[in-house]
Design a protein around this ligand. Structure first.
Ligand SMILES: [Zn+2]
Ligand SMILES: [Zn+2]
Length: 303
């Protein structure tokens, strides 16, 4: 696992962080991001007074331990490297702060396969949304500081937007975890409980096409309903928009009562059909998830 990662080098570099004064130096340097998001340098004297260390030798020693990997300096100025900046982001996100609050309670959403109100739990940085009858419907890892000033419905909305961003990234062959490339896409078909709601469309909704991808670099696998990818495509965004649905606010894992869809594997891709009221959109994605074609029709023939 981990490909070409050298654990010795990583451990050595991380060891340079294991000191509270060094963390204070990183946080002081991060202050230079406040006026604007540029990476300005900070003068040595300003940095030293910001962390308030009397002993110059001690300060220099700790600053030196951070140099190259987390901090760079030239002409009497110091700034965070990308690694230093990433560490500060995670410090602010309380990733390394130990105990974290857990919250749970009902959300506004209801199970699509019943009337049950859904429950959400945010624990150990993971938001989980579940149905009392059908178990977990959605989960997503968020920042530990995510619940600050946000309720569970807001967290769920954000988690869904993040899931859409994941889909966009995966569609561009960029692993959202490590930026690696993916192995070849595979389509499989999953059986579902038949959905009587769509009987009038004479669609086969007893199965759902799943798109599977695995990152070559970190090995993370995604197995996602293929229609999710179609949701982020321009023809679908426009189709939903024409029916007053903002695709960014979609709840992904359990469909929506306002639209229906079916999916079918082709020799070299997948076809997804969406229906809202009497309008239909048929969209074909090729085996690399690019939009090959789309067609809109109206059952009433007015469009
Ligand atoms: Zn349910
Ligand atoms: Zn990856």
């Amino acid at each position: 696992m981990g490909g070409d990662v050298d654990p010795e080098t990583v451990a050595e570099n991380l060891a340079a962080l294991a000191n509270p004064l060094r963390i204070r130096i990183l946080l002081a340097l991060a202050e230079t991001r406040r006026p604007s998001w540029e990476h300005r340098g900070m003068r040595y004297s300003d940095l030293r007074s910001a962390v308030a260390v009397e002993d110059g030798g001690r300060f220099n020693y700790h600053l030196n331990e951070l140099r190259d990997q987390f901090v760079r300096g030239a002409e009497g100025k110091y700034w965070l490297t990308t690694a230093g900046s990433r560490i500060v982001d995670q410090v602010y996100a309380r990733t390394f702060s130990g105990a974290h609050e857990a919250i749970s309670g009902p959300v506004e959403w209801h199970c699509p396969a019943g009337e049950a109100r859904l429950d959400a739990t945010f624990e150990d940085g993971i938001l989980t949304v579940s149905c009392p009858n059908h178990g977990v419907l959605f989960d997503m890892r968020l920042s530990f500081t995510a619940p600050r000033g946000r309720d569970l419905d807001e967290l769920f909305a954000w988690a869904n937007r993040r899931a859409l961003w994941y889909l966009e990234s995966v569609s561009w062959d960029v692993c959202p975890h490590c930026a690696g490339h993916f192995e070849e896409l595979t389509f499989t078909t999953r059986s579902l409980e038949p959905d009587t709601r769509l009987e009038t469309l004479r669609w086969d909704t007893s199965t759902m096409v799943m798109a599977g991808l695995r990152c070559r670099q970190c090995g993370v696998s995604f197995r996602i309903p293929a229609f999710h990818y179609a949701l982020t495509r321009a023809p679908t965004i426009a189709f939903l928009h024409d029916h007053d649905i903002d695709y960014r606010t979609l709840e992904l894992e359990y469909g929506s009562p306002s639209w229906a869809c079916e999916s079918e594997v082709l020799d070299d891709g997948v076809v997804i059909r969406f229906a809202i009221d009497d309008d239909q959109l048929e969209i074909e994605l090729d085996s690399e998830l690019y939009t090959r074609s789309y067609r809109r029709t109206s059952l009433t023939g007015e469009r």
